[in-house]
Design a protein around this ligand. Structure first.
Ligand code: ARG
Ligand code: ZN
Length: 885
């Protein structure tokens, strides 16, 4: 709880550690009602920290100290001081050994941080500051040590005993217990420590590295899940190969293990040689996991594997540098996914996610730079800004340097800093040194929070044959930062002529055109670029591939957007033109709704989508993406004041109109794709994802018609599909439909069939939590009583409560404030059980400034109620207090 941790920690206060830990020898004795941890720390004074022998201050929380020795001398109570978070003792020489024994209680650890039990197995989560709940230690990433770990447990219940590195010894003890010792040859910070003990089965495979070393690959799961591991194993092997080919990075131990656990706060964790995963990010087979789940497994497996270099071999000096490893690794995994499937579709998904969720964070009370300079609780900074915006920052460096120089830079970074704990500045320096490009101004992306606005205007001079684009950038104030300096904005663009051809581009002062598309580097608050030799008024295609995370505005007419939708050579910008057209049309409907007028849909949107639907030469995934109207959360984000009802009604009206007008082509595409699906076994590859995505979005439109033939098709798909992608989509469509009998029957059938599969039941909860039909809160209340639901499992909380608050805006924002009250109640309960989950669940309430005064008051009242509810965790306290500030 907050007592000692609620103070703010500042980057400017960073100091090197006073002491170092060369070796860490751990022994765990695991029992059902407690566990014992013995730690032997071989320590020395840090030569970089100055002279003298200051007191040694070890981190430690919720540890019962049983024994403490300094160089074999037993310490009594007068020899050390102990608080709720620190153990302080006085070394007497430069080199010394600290031995401690503590008792901890993994069996009752519901925060899922440190050592805890998930079901019947023991596991750990140490990032960022969980290791201090295991033993007294210098729990900071710049203290790197060689670990040896012995685990002992009852043999029958815990046949598998794992830790980082290589197994070096094992044996049995009297009384049915056994033990195993693991040794990790690489120095690492404590946050990368891991331990697992359980009754697990594993799938084994191997990978031959580029220097012909054989690496054993093992994925451990509970026995009933052994048939859901192949996809993760294939993904792992593809990741290992990709990192060799694209970054020249080879794996460095003889064994690489993944363990799936059911109770996990986040997605997964890159512990050295022993990744621990939320089971939702490992387990996947056609019958139980959707296409999206398959892609998520692949991406998370890749992400954690890539951390072995970007995170483990080179780690962070302090937690302010978190994006050093997370932004870089997200960039690496998204490029891997782009190379493996469809680059354009991956980019569309990532950008839609960033603009909806990270932009909202950047505009809210928790807005912070990619490299924050202050925090209360580091767990609150595993954010969309650190991860997703951090990845965009890396992508911009990649764009500015080009692929060759970027690779030179990353090679230099890994070579220069291997085995070190470094900063974002060190990373940028390596990129500068390798490329010769000065990134001084660019680094503002690391230090300034907020989403830049980029306003673009044009001027065509027919007689001079010049075309000028003027860019004005600005960035709104964010907490603690009122003034912003101009960013470096790489802007990829092209110019189209009236036939949709790309014009050759020559800037004023250049002798010859350098091709058609190019990247401008915008560095000033206001800047004009003039192209010469432009024979007709062109149409600009701006910010291609979303080359910078900014809010761009250009006064496109709807006809121009339709033209770009069809002719832009950049696939991302064809989608973007469609989104902008949809946004314009939806905002017009929102206005009509607010003025009490009859709603009238601009028929140009209908015709644009009809053209796409009829063109069978197009990538089906792209057609599906274009058909998906901007979501309610995105429409909220771009509103000055979000009108929940108007947004929902306008969007639903548009969907109904589209469904009616496009019934025939939608049905044709649906039936053709469903026929192929019926005749084709499930494959987790781009072309198949594409087919199913168009099929399923077509079905969701068609069902709005309430035609009997569509209902029959939907039930057929639900009952006969051989994969979860089709089955769940049909279920969702039924759940959102007015066909009550079919809906209840499908829900019951589904729950009966999948009741023993926790991850599938999560999807069953989510589909119902997300349904916009009236009575949403009552349904969620009822589902919380279902036997498969528990507040102790983060996946369940996310699937039901998180889905309701984040994806069911019309029900969550009920005018009587009941949704807010409900969420606050859950946060208060979870605060005591699992602070990290409680704090994350809060996010929707922190957005109160987006809404009209009545809702603002209701949301604030709930935040205040949480604040007054008793002893808050530092996690919840930080978010609530900053939201009210
Ligand atoms: N480093 C992990 C990753 O790959 C995230 C773990 C953070 N966990 C936490 N409880 N804060 O993204
Ligand atoms: Zn990560």
């Amino acid at each position: 709880m907050r007592t000692e941790q609620s103070k703010t920690i500042y980057l400017k206060d960073y100091q090197v550690p006073d002491y170092l830990i060369d070796e860490t020898h751990l022994t765990f004795e695991l029992f059902e009602d407690h566990s014992l941890v013995h730690a032997q720390l071989v320590m020395r004074r840090n030569p970089e920290a100055g002279a003298g022998l200051p007191p040694l201050v070890l981190d430690g929380q919720q540890l019962e100290l049983l024994e403490l020795k300094l160089d074999d001398r037993e310490l009594g109570e007068g020899d050390y001081s102990l608080t709720a978070s620190h153990l302080t003792l006085q070394p007497t020489q430069e080199r010394f050994v600290v031995d401690s024994s503590v008792r901890i209680h993994p069996e009752s650890n519901t925060a899922l941080e440190g050592l805890y039990k998930s079901g019947t197995m023991f596991c750990t989560q140490c990032e960022a500051e969980g290791f201090r709940k295991i033993t007294f230690y210098l729990d900071r990433p710049d203290v790197m040590s060689k670990f040896t770990t012995t685990v002992s447990a009852e043999q029958h219940a815990y046949p598998v005993l794992l830790s980082n590195g290589n197994p070096v010894a094992s044996g049995s003890e009297e009384g049915g217990r056994h033990w195993a010792t693991w040794e990790d040859p690489f120095k690492k910070p404590a946050y990368l420590f891991a331990l697992v003990a359980g009754d697990l089965w594993c799938v084994e495979d191997s990978f031959t590295t580029m220097s012909s070393r054989e690496v054993a690959l093992r994925i451990y799961v509970e026995p009933e899940n052994i048939d859901k591991v192949q996809h993760a194993m294939d993904s792992l092997k593809r990741s290992m190969k990709w990192d060799e080919e694209v970054y020249g990075r080879e794996y460095d131990l003889d064994i690489f293990m993944i363990v799936a656990v059911n109770d996990f706060n986040m997605g997964a964790m890159e512990n050295k040689g022993l990744n621990i995963f939320n089971s939702s990010c490992v387990l996947a087979k056609a019958e139980t996991a959707t296409d999206a789940a398959h892609q998520r497994v692949e991406a998370v497996v890749a992400h954690e594997y890539f951390h072995n270099w970007s995170g483990n071999r080179v780690t962070c000096r302090d937690w302010f540098q978190l994006s050093l490893k997370e932004g870089f690794t997200v960039f690496r995994d998204s490029e891997f996914s782009a190379d493996t499937h469809s680059r354009t579709v991956k980019r569309i998904e990532d950008v839609a996610y960033l603009r909806t969720h990270q932009f909202a964070e950047d505009a809210g009370p928790m807005a912070h730079p990619v490299r924050p300079d202050a925090y209360m609780e580091i767990s609150n900074f595993y954010t969309l800004t650190i991860y997703e915006k951090g990845s965009e920052v890396l992508r911009m460096i990649h764009t500015l340097l080009g692929p060759e120089l970027f690779r030179k830079g990353s090679d230099l970074y890994f070579e220069r800093h291997d085995g070190q704990a470094v900063t974002c500045d060190d990373f940028v320096k390596a990129m500068e040194d390798a490329s010769g490009i000065d990134l001084t101004q660019f680094k503002r992306w690391y230090t300034q929070a907020g989403t830049p606005r980029l306003q673009v205007s044009e001027a065509y001079d027919a007689s001079a044959q010049t075309y000028s684009l003027t860019f004005r950038q600005s960035c709104p104030a964010t907490p603690g930062q009122s003034e912003k300096l101009p960013f470096v904005i790489p802007l990829a663009l092209g110019l189209l002529d009236a036939q949709g051809n790309e014009l050759p581009l020559r800037l004023q002062g250049e002798a010859t055109a350098s091709g058609t598309g190019r990247v401008l580097s915008i560095t000033e608050a206001e800047q004009t670029f003039t192209f010469e030799g432009i024979a007709e008024q062109p149409l600009p295609s701006l910010l291609r591939g979303f080359s910078a995370p900014v809010k761009l505005s250009f006064p496109y007419s709807r006809d121009q957007l339709m033209f770009l939708m069809q002719h832009d050579s950049d696939g991302f910008n064809r989608w973007e033109a469609g989104q902008q057209l949809s946004v314009q049309v939806l905002q017009e409907l929102i206005g009509q709704y607010q003025r009490g007028e009859e709603l009238a849909l601009d028929q140009r949107l209908v015709e644009a989508l009809r053209t796409l639907l009829l063109d069978e030469s197009l990538d089906q995934a792209m057609v599906a993406e274009m058909l998906s109207l901007p979501g309610e959360a995105y429409l909220t984000e771009i509103s000055e004041v979000a009108d929940v009802e108007a947004i929902h009604e306008a969007r639903e009206f548009a969907r109904l109109q589209l469904a009616a007008a496009l019934y025939t082509p939608l049905l044709a595409r649906y039936q053709a794709n469903r026929d192929v699906s019926r005749a084709t076994p499930y494959v987790a590859e781009a072309a198949h994802f594409a087919r199913r995505s168009l099929q399923n979005i077509a079905l969701s439109y068609l069902m709005l018609s309430q035609q009997a033939e569509v209902l029959a098709a939907c039930v057929e798909q639900f009952e006969n599909a051989d994969n979860m992608t089709e089955r769940l989509a049909a279920l969702a469509v039924l759940v959102n439909s007015p066909f009550e009998a079919e809906r209840s029957k499908a829900l019951a059938m589904f729950a009966d069939f999948f009741k023993d599969d926790a991850l599938v039941m999560d999807q069953w909860f989510s589909v119902q939590a997300g349904s916009p039909l009236p009575g949403g809160l009552e349904r969620v209340h009822a589902l919380m009583q279902h036997e498969a639901f528990t507040l102790k499992n983060p996946n369940k909380v996310r699937a039901l409560i998180g889905a309701f608050a984040n994806q069911n805006l019309i029900n969550f924002h009920q005018a009587d404030g009941s949704g807010y009250r409900f969420l606050a109640d859950q946060v208060i309960t979870l605060n005591a059980l699992n602070p990290q989950i409680a704090s994350r669940l809060l996010a929707p309430l922190t957005r109160w400034r987006k809404y009209a005064p009545a809702r603002q008051a209701q949301m604030k009242a709930e935040l205040e109620r949480i604040l007054a509810s008793g002893e808050l965790s530092s996690d919840v306290y930080e978010v609530v207090s900053k939201s009210l500030a």
